[in-house]
Write a new protein. Structure first.
Length: 388
């Protein structure tokens, strides 16, 4: 990994120590250039005309995502964000009274709110799979919870906090053996660890461009296995997702682009493809190794400080580190770091009620390390933490 080049191509690296990649990563220069160039073209020749001119770059985005996920291009939709991507799959799956969704203790708020809405509206039932003794979703317990009422397994791969990586492939084996559709929220895992939908065994996967892929905000994508396509009914359609073939008839697109809509952030979509290419060039295995190495080393250093509690769980941990400081609120801690030009964030129980209420945590600090972070930056972080 050519760190000199990577740092030189990260404009923000000269201005701030950015440890909030779980919120949004710093865009590399090629991504920034691609987005700005397309916006400039829109201003110069018009939005529709600029989109026509960008046809090859837009095709590249689907090709890059196909390589990232090891899937077919017809199995991909590019949408506004990860929540839209996830909602398209979840709300598109027909379920009714008595049907069961199995989910994780660490499930994210946006997903769980959707479960609750469909429970109230459609009469579905939500069952939470317990964790194993490491704090990750227990695949064996999941298998024991399968019955003929279970219509969906829906799990967050890397939760918003807590540091863990849920055993996505082990869950996928349970889903395949039971013949139950499997929706994986990869919002925090895309770009920091390899994702192979064939190996994982998920039927649907949603993710964002803005986090560890280092793409523009306002970009997300959805994978739908081709064998699953006809089982989903998109929650809404427009003239891009379907053709109006007769006054009383329409026909949906024959591929996953039926989950897209006509109006989209074209500059961002172009930039997303460049961001994925950038990650693929470095290599997801190399990225994962560096991120986990940096995070594991920093966790050990943090845990050795008195008054610091590292709140991470799981047999395998991601680049997200969650922690608490004795006698300091999470907001105070984040503010102190901000004053030192170091970006971290906070995470409240509202983002993952089941997990944080179970652990008795109302709020904690959170950060996400990435491959472009350096040991020198982490030393600066530790100096600030020791001062607190």
């Amino acid at each position: 990994m050519d760190m000199d080049r990577i740092r030189a191509e990260t404009p923000g690296a000269e201005k701030v120590i950015h440890l909030n990649n779980c919120g949004a990563g710093l865009m590399p220069q090629p991504v920034l250039d691609a987005v700005i160039a397309h916006l400039r073209l829109e201003a110069e020749i018009g939005g529709y005309e600029a989109e026509d001119a960008a046809a090859a770059a837009l095709d590249n985005t689907y090709g890059a995502l196909g390589k990232l996920l090891n899937c077919g291009l017809d199995e991909l939709a590019v949408v506004e964000n990860a929540t839209v991507a996830w909602d398209m799959a979840f709300y598109g799956l027909p379920m009714g009274p008595g049907d069961v969704v199995l989910t994780a203790v660490s499930e994210y708020a946006s997903n769980y709110i959707a479960y609750l809405q469909r429970a109230a509206r459609d009469g579905i039932e939500i069952r939470v799979v317990p964790n194993d003794n490491t704090g990750q979703t227990d695949a064996a317990a999941l298998a024991n919870m399968i019955d003929d009422r279970v219509k969906l397994i829906s799990i967050t791969h890397v939760p918003t906090n807590g540091g863990l990586i849920n055993p996505a492939a082990a869950i996928g084996k349970v889903a395949r053996d039971a013949g139950v559709p499997y929706l994986l929220d990869a919002c925090q895992s895309a770009g920091q660890i390899p994702l192979d939908v064939a190996a994982i065994g998920c039927d649907m996967l949603s993710a964002t461009g803005r986090k560890f892929l280092r793409g523009p905000r306002g970009t997300g994508f959805l994978y739908v296995r081709d064998s699953m396509l006809e089982r989903l009914d998109p929650p809404f359609l427009d003239l891009h997702a379907a053709a109006w073939t007769a006054p009383e008839q329409y026909e949906m697109l024959p591929n996953a682009r039926r989950f897209e809509n006509w109006e989209n952030y074209v500059a961002g979509k172009v930039g997303l493809g460049v961001a994925v290419d950038y990650a693929l060039e470095i290599g997801l295995d190399a990225i994962a190794q560096r991120v986990q190495g940096l995070a594991d080393g920093l966790r050990q250093r943090m845990a050795a400080l008195p008054g610091i509690t590292v709140q991470d769980l799981g047999a395998e941990k991601s680049g997200i580190i969650s922690f608490s400081v004795a006698d300091r609120s999470a907001e105070q801690v984040a503010g102190t770091f901000a004053a030192a030009n170091i970006n971290i964030s906070t995470s409240s129980a509202q983002s993952t009620q089941q997990d944080m209420h179970h652990r008795g945590i109302a709020m904690m600090n959170r950060m996400g390390l990435h491959y472009y972070n350096t040991e020198t930056e982490l030393d600066r972080f530790m100096d600030c933490l020791e001062a607190i």
